[in-house]
Design a protein around this ligand. Structure first.
Ligand SMILES: NC(=O)c1ccc[n+]([C@@H]2O[C@H](COP(=O)([O-])OP(=O)(O)OC[C@H]3O[C@@H](n4cnc5c(N)ncnc54)[C@H](O)[C@@H]3O)[C@@H](O)[C@H]2O)c1
Length: 294
């Protein structure tokens, strides 16, 4: 689990819908100290003006938020230098110009946009890892966020390419930093309602697709917590020997071929009878354990 009192840098906060926010809150709930990063001063102001209206003043005051544009090497270097010793990093950052990189055609001659998308969404992980690992003298863990790079989804075009490259980069960095006892992994999450997701054209179609292909029920809002749980797992002790991996937290959608048939679709709520049976089973197990220990 998370190291109590340990310091974790969570990069990619935009608002309280961000995966970064869910991950940060989960780390805090396990006793870790979180330093969030936003891209720049303007976005920090936007976060406090519009991005966290659901938070109390006390919660806002308690947040340690710094700036860091991951495409500016000095900002990344200085961020980690200022913070000092850390235990883990969450790289929850991505961007590609939706007009050129996420259109209805894959082809674009806007190569600057392709390069920018690659720099922010993929290459920046190497910059972050390089400057972060210098401050992980007792080892540590770096987690990034990916999306379904093994499949081609409509409109995801160049972001799909970036995510495939990101997962390859995770393997390369895991290989390089293993000697420093620094682990690097990715979580490939199912679709979640965030600002970045909403900039993907027809995100609603993607969310509907998940209802047809995910063996487990998938909730585009609530399952951010499940992704955050997996982040905590990868940051902590229980995943000590896992590195270079992409772990799917997507309801199982990545493992099935084609749409689920009507009789295979997840049951929305567990029927009462099954719930009662599960409860009775649990009570029997507990009684058995009590008898054994008594
Ligand atoms: N939402 C989903 O459906 C989903 C699914 C799987 C993976 N992901 C990935 O999760 C990560 C986080 O996205 P999110 O969905 O929480 O959306 P989000 O919009 O809340 O977060 C994206 C963050 O990237 C930051 N960013 C962009 N350019 C930057 C730069 N140059 N420097 C620093 N930060 C920069 C943005 O400011 C923002 O905070 C992304 O990598 C995204 O691709 C999202």
């Amino acid at each position: 689990m998370i190291k109590k009192g340990g310091t974790y840098v969570v990069m990619g906060l935009l608002n309280t819908d961000s995966i970064a926010y869910a991950a940060g809150k989960m780390i805090e709930s396990f006793g870790g100290q979180v330093i969030y990063t936003v891209q720049n001063e303007r976005l920090k102001k936007i976060f406090f003006d519009r991005g966290c209206t659901d938070l109390s003043q006390e919660e806002k005051d308690a947040m340690d938020i710094r700036y860091c544009d991951v495409t500016v090497e000095n900002e990344v270097r200085n961020l980690f230098k200022d913070i000092g010793e850390i235990n883990g990093v969450v790289h929850s950052i991505g961007f590609a110009n939706p007009k050129t990189c996420l259109g209805d055609k894959v082809y674009t001659n806007h190569f600057d946009d392709i390069k920018q998308g690659f720099h922010i969404s993929c290459a920046s992980l190497a910059t972050v890892a390089e400057f972060a690992q210098e401050h992980m003298s007792k080892g540590g863990s770096i987690v990034t966020l990916s999306f379904a790079s093994q499949l081609a989804f409509p409109y995801y075009n160049w972001m799909g390419v970036n995510k495939a490259a990101l997962e390859a980069l995770v393997r390369a960095l895991a290989r390089e930093y293993g000697r420093e006892h620094v682990r690097v992994n990715a979580i490939s999450a199912g679709p979640l309602a965030t600002k970045a997701a909403k900039s993907i054209p027809h995100f609603a179609h993607l969310a509907r697709t998940w209802k047809k292909i995910s063996p487990l029920p998938w909730d585009v809002i609530r399952d951010k917590q499940e992704v955050a749980n997996a982040v905590v797992f990868l940051l902590g002790e229980y995943s000590k020997k896992i590195t270079g991996q992409t772990i799917y937290v997507d309801g199982g959608a990545s493992s099935v071929g084609g749409e689920l048939l009507p009789h295979e679709r997840p049951i929305k709520t567990m029927p009462a009878k099954r719930k009662a049976e599960a409860k009775a089973r649990l009570a029997r197990m507990r009684a058995l354990q009590k008898n054994k220990s008594g």
